[in-house]
Structure formats: structure tokens, C-alpha cells
Ligand binder design. Structure first.
Ligand code: ATP
Ligand code: MG
Length: 255
């Protein structure tokens, strides 16, 4: 089953009276349950792409089709956690359900189950300022999952975390996405994170960006962190690394 289909997507922004072409003719199909990671040089339009999938940004041309059309729910995890400081962990996780008018009697147990899933049982009553960065990102993830979205869209969700917490969260995400069976589209700057998590990695080129390559990661699952030390893993990282650095150079030469 197809979860997402981008066809000939192009995007330009009007900027200071000029049109800035961000993306040219991007086509991509994502299967239901697939974990797709998008990498590419800074400013090539990754966040814009995710926002177009989310429906928060218009396309200049082409089309975005999500599996079940308008009815498809999408959970969004931003780089910076969007938690409300005056709401407890539980009430932050319940937010999306409240907005969807799910009755509290149903919303509460569902939120609690998600808090459990991300490993935060016992912290339901805590407030965001009482949590570490990694814990806040887990709350973020629990909130996105609570609405039981068909698709999870994650824009550099771990960028603000230290290396150790980040690896921890990578492992958590592997566990959670396998357990929840969601279609996930995740953006990252870290190539090893991309290879560890992805079924496929889409490599975007310099602006106006286009798909340079889509690399299928044929590494066994469930994946653990020691996989990073294998030559097979490193070969994937090196290959993608070369493409991205080449694209970065083009960005600098080109403008
Ligand atoms: N609303 C907007 N109006 C005008 N230009 C915009 C707008 N949003 C983004 N841009 C431009 O579009 C380009 C792509 O931005 P985007 O945030 O999608 O890049 P990115 O690949 O996510 O970058 P990074 O890796 O740094 O997060 C940038 O040049 C940015 O300045
Ligand atoms: Mg971005």
C-alpha cells in the first residue's frame, strides 16, 4: 500500500521581489510502514518538503498524495520541542486528542499508554522544565503518536541532544516505530543516524534541490547500535557522505 506519493513537486518562494526556486521536480513514493530518511545540504528545502507533506505549505507545481487523502492523520515532531510549559507531561501528550475532541475518559488512558511506550512512566505529573532535553523529546514523540497518526513526520528531532542521549533516542525510535508500525519520514543531518534508522535514504542535492539518489539500506532488523561498527554500515555511510558533501560544494560554488 502506498502511504505517500510526491509527483513532480516544485517549489519557489517569493523573496525580496524575486522568485527563489527551492525544489525542482521531486518525485517519490513511500510505502505504508516504511521508514524513509531525507538528507541533503543545509537550505536545500528538507523542512519545506516536510511542511508540504504536512499540508502547511503550498506547492508551486506537482502534487502530494497521502494514502487515504485528507483523512490521513500526520503526527509532526519538530526539532525544538513544542511543549507547553504550564501543562504536565500527561496534559501535553493529551493535547492533540483534546483538539480532536476525544473525550477525556478515552484520551487519558491513550496518553498514558504512549507515555509508557516512550519510557516515561512515572513522569506523567512532571512539567517540561523538570525534564531533560531527551525526556522532552520523548514527550514530543508521545504526543505525536497519541493521535495514532497514519504517518509520523520528524524534522531533525534529535538535533538538540548530546551524542549519548541522541543514540539512546535512536534506539528508542527503532523500538517504538517497529512497535507502532507507522510510516515515518525523518530528516537528519547525521548520516549514521540516517543509515541506522532508514529502510531507504533519499539524498537531496543543492538548491534547486532534486533527488540525487535513493539508497535502500539492506541491513538486518532489529538494528542495534553495534551495527554502526560493521563495514557494511560504514560503506553505506561513506557512499551517502560522498554524495552530500559533493552537493554541499555545489551549493557554495553555485551561490
Ligand atoms: N516562508 C519562506 N519564505 C521565503 N523563503 C523561505 C521560506 N521558508 C524557507 N525559505 C527558504 O527556502 C530554503 C529552504 O529552506 P528549508 O528550511 O526547507 O531548508 P532545509 O533543507 O530544511 O535547511 P536546514 O538543513 O538548514 O534545516 C532556504 O533558502 C530558506 O531560506
Ligand atoms: Mg530544516
Amino acid at each position: 500500500m502506498i502511504a505517500l506519493e510526491l509527483s513532480h513537486v516544485s517549489k519557489s518562494f517569493a523573496s525580496r521581489g524575486q522568485s527563489l526556486e527551492i525544489m525542482r521536480d521531486v518525485s517519490l513514493t513511500v510505502q505504508a510502514g516504511e521508514f524513509l530518511v531525507v538528507v541533503g545540504p543545509s537550505g536545500c528545502g528538507k523542512s519545506t518538503l516536510l511542511r508540504m507533506i504536512q499540508g502547511l505549505e503550498t506547492l508551486s507545481s506537482g502534487s502530494v498524495r497521502v494514502g487515504a487523502g485528507e483523512a490521513t492523520t500526520r503526527g509532526f515532531v519538530f526539532q525544538r520541542d513544542g511543549l507547553y510549559p504550564w501543562r504536565s507531561v500527561l496534559r501535553n501528550v493529551m493535547l492533540g486528542l483534546e483538539l480532536a475532541h476525544v473525550p477525556v475518559s478515552e484520551a487519558k488512558p491513550r496518553a498514558e499508554a504512549m507515555i509508557d511506550l516512550v519510557g516515561l512512566r512515572g513522569f506523567e505529573g512532571h512539567y517540561p522544565n523538570e525534564l531533560s532535553g531527551g525526556m522532552r523529546q520523548r514527550v514530543n514523540l508521545a504526543r505525536a503518536l497519541a493521535i495514532d497518526p497514519d504517518m509520523l513526520l520528524m524534522d531533525e528531532p534529535f538535533a538538540a541532544l548530546d551524542a549519548l542521549t541522541r543514540e539512546n533516542m535512536q534506539q528508542e525510535l527503532i523500538r517504538i516505530s517497529a512497535a507502532a508500525g507507522k510510516t515515518v519520514i525523518l530528516i537528519t543531518h547525521q548520516i549514521d543516524e540516517a543509515v541506522l534508522l532508514a529502510d531507504r535514504v533519499a539524498v537531496l542535492g543543492a538548491r534547486p534541490s532534486h533527488i540525487l539518489d535513493i539508497v535502500r539500506i539492506d541491513l538486518p532488523r532489529p538494528r542495534t547500535l553495534d551495527l554502526k561498527r560493521t563495514p557494511e554500515f560504514q560503506a553505506y555511510v561513506d557512499g551517502i557522505w560522498t554524495m552530500v558533501t559533493q552537493a554541499e560544494t555545489e551549493t557554495r560554488v553555485g551561490g
